[in-house]
Design a protein around this ligand. Structure first.
Ligand SMILES: N[C@@H](CCC(=O)NCCCC(=O)O)C(=O)O
Length: 262
């Protein structure tokens, strides 16, 4: 995108997974997040390496205008919320945990806008002392929140899957109203105990927490269990979230520049 005379955009750091690629350590992220931040959020996406030695909260706070925590096939290490290690194989990404989790309280306290999706939603819950259930679909009173039929083409995995009840009077209600909506669902785990100081912003029909914010945070915080990034082309809810996030990042950028020059 060539923008000769335009104002520089806000900068959004996007978390990545640490993955092995032909024996090489790689920092990887899905394109949907990059596309949503750039096109609907109107910001410059930058991928954050999943490498604790490479990042520190002070530098991030001074240089980025927002942080997007992405979804991932991997899970937060249960040791992070004092749960036993699983008996069945579970995909973990301990380098991502070690990179991202320690940064989050500082970023929130500093008012850096934060949008967290799926694994990112689960990370933020754990950071605030919450816990996760490893297999929501095995609980008697819960729906199956997994992506369903793997025979479908991958883009169909992100079709709407269940209703979303938006909590009245909250941040999400401010953005999208309080009418019932529909969202997609691609997760095995879910919130068991909500972290301290987190405010429920939406629930699924079975009562599972689908969205929360950090109560009293000085900046924009929203964590969602579904995947808006893959639906910005056709879903007003998805567009509203990335648009509100982009707006918050622009306000943060303006504030950052003002405080640098005064
Ligand atoms: N592993 C956790 C998190 C689920 C999640 O983030 N899924 C994302 C799938 C890929 C994508 O980002 O589209 C769980 O299963 O609960």
């Amino acid at each position: 995108m060539h923008r000769p005379s335009a104002e520089p955009r806000a900068v959004v750091a996007i978390s990545t997974d640490r993955v092995d690629r032909h024996g090489h350590t790689t920092h990887a992220g899905f394109h949907g997040y990059v596309h949503a931040v750039a096109t609907v959020g109107g910001a410059l996406p930058l991928l954050l390496p999943s490498a604790p030695e490479a990042l520190d909260a002070d530098t991030l706070i001074a240089t980025v205008d927002g942080v997007l925590l992405t979804g991932s096939p991997s899970n937060v290490d249960p040791a992070r919320y004092d749960a036993p290690q699983p008996h069945a194989p579970m995909l973990l990404d301990r380098e991502r945990d070690a990179t991202i989790l320690p940064l989050l309280p500082r970023l929130v306290e500093a008012g850096v806008p934060l949008l967290a999706v799926c694994r990112g939603f689960q990370e933020l819950n754990v950071v605030y002392g919450g816990t996760l259930h490893p297999a929501i679909h095995t609980l008697p009173n819960r729906m199956d929140h997994r992506e369903g039929d793997h025979q479908r083409p991958i883009e169909r995995w992100y079709d709407d899957s269940h209703a979303l009840h938006v909590a009245p009077g909250g941040r999400l209600a401010e953005m999208v109203g309080e009418r019932p909506l529909q969202v997609n669902s691609l997760h095995h785990q879910g919130i068991d105990r909500l972290g301290q100081g987190l405010r429920v912003e939406a629930t699924a029909p079975d009562g599972l927490v689908e969205a929360f914010s950090v109560a009293g945070a000085p900046g924009f915080t929203l964590a969602v269990q579904w995947h808006p990034e893959m639906r910005v082309g056709d879903c007003p809810l998805a567009r509203a979230l990335f648009s509100a996030f982009g707006e918050a990042c622009r306000a943060r950028r303006a504030e950052r520049l003002r405080s640098r020059f005064h």
